[in-house]
Design a protein around this ligand. Structure first.
Ligand code: PLP
Length: 374
């Protein structure tokens, strides 16, 4: 879809893309300045493969303050090339051939390939639209077998905008402890929660520290997708194992980007930016919901986090690929077919709502007109 949009735009065709998982803002100026300064001061060499200590220390402080997780910067944090590398390295370091890994359906696109690269077996549990795309904890219970190695959760969620409730997280933690398995908690969108919702880190719950791999990064929180900076937090043994994969594949993330991120975490302006961005996204979320409810035949669970809406178009067209292609061709609006996120995503489209207000308004209007003309 992304390449189709590029091609159309290249031909001068006016396409509004609600497809990419990108923030709607450029990285704040003070963070860009930190990186320029780091370059000028000669941060052009390899860093410690685990990440510069200054950044790991700043991450540890943030984890303690915002997540209730205590982590030793020296041994329990690995700075990675985006959250994606943290997920890849974690799965490669923990999942053996034949191990089962519980994932939700729908879920973000890269978990399943990582599990299968490691020879693991993905086991899917549904997200329930009527529960705001939450889980039914009894599905997790029922999916546990003697081969289960790991559960992967992602809250706030891509592609649905769902946020897991504290009580569900507590029950999942109970299952993890009882069955002595790992949980990978992907918290990339932690600061993007709306309507007073709270994000909870499962790694902070009792008895969970050693069993949780918390993955996070700078892409969404500080609008730094192109910088490729993320991290994982886990017990020393898992970090050591993941570091072997990391060292022999990427060496480490770029040094000047890490310097800038370390300063960014400690700078009030970054947190002000996060707050303002959250405010803007919530307004845009409301605009999208308002636009979608005006389209007959479309329903959408209100996203409570992240920056995606996941409307159901299935009463109009069963195939999300067909619907997405139709909207691209007729409305000139790019969306992502829900089936790309799992079988249960079929009939849905993922709409990113980070675009400027006027673009979102125009996109929703075009979608409505196209659907009314069917
Ligand atoms: N996890 C989720 C749920 C995502 O949506 C993404 C990116 O879209 C990532 C992880 C990876 O993010 P990055 O590698 O940019 O940190």
């Amino acid at each position: 879809m992304v390449s189709k949009v590029k091609e159309l735009k290249g031909r001068g065709i006016d396409v509004i893309s609600l497809g990419a998982g990108e923030p709607g803002f450029v990285t704040p100026e003070h963070i860009r300045e930190f990186a320029k300064k780091a370059l000028d001061e000669g941060s052009t060499f390899y860093s410690d493969s685990a990440g510069i200590l200054e950044l790991r220390t700043a991450i540890a402080e943030k984890l303690e303050r915002d997540n209730g997780i205590e982590a030793d910067p020296g041994s329990e944090i690995l700075v990675t090339v985006g959250g994606k590398e943290a997920i890849f390295a974690t799965i490669m370091a923990t999942v053996n051939p034949g191990d089962e890994v519980i994932l939700t359906d729908p879920c973000w696109v890269s978990y399943e390939p990582c599990v299968t690269f490691a020879g693991g077996v993905p086991v899917k549990i549904p997200l329930y639209e009527e529960k705001g795309f939450g889980v039914n904890v009894s599905d997790v219970e029922k999916s546990m077998t003697s081969r289960t190695k790991m559960i992967i959760i992602n809250s706030p969620n891509n592609p649905t905008g769902g946020v897991l409730e504290q009580k569900d997280l507590e029950r999942i933690a109970g299952i993890v402890v009882e069955n002595n398995v790992f949980i990978l908690s992907d918290e990339l969108y932690e600061y993007l929660v709306y309507d007073g919702m709270k994000h909870h880190s499962i790694g902070s719950f009792p008895e969970m520290k050693d069993r949780t791999i918390t993955v996070n990064g700078f892409s969404k929180a500080f609008a730094m997708t192109g910088w490729r900076l993320g991290y994982m937090v886990a017990n020393k043994r898992i970090v050591e194992r993941a570091k072997v994969i990391h060292e022999h594949s990427v060496t480490g993330p770029s040094t000047f980007a890490q310097k800038a991120a370390a300063l960014a975490l400690q700078d009030e302006r970054s947190w002000k930016f996060v707050k303002e961005m959250n405010h803007d996204y919530q307004r845009r979320r409301d605009m999208v919901m308002d636009g979608l409810t005006k389209i007959q035949g479309v329903s959408c669970a209100k996203p409570r986090g992240a920056f995606y809406a996941f409307p159901d178009f299935s009463t109009l067209e069963k195939s999300s690929v067909t619907m997405s292609e139709l909207l691209l061709e007729k409305a000139r609006v790019a969306t992502i077919p829900g089936v790309g996120f799992g079988k249960l995503g079929e009939g849905h489209l993922r709409l990113t709502f980070t675009n400027p207000d006027d673009e979102l308004r125009e996109a929703l209007q075009r979608i409505r007109q196209t659907i009314q003309s069917l």
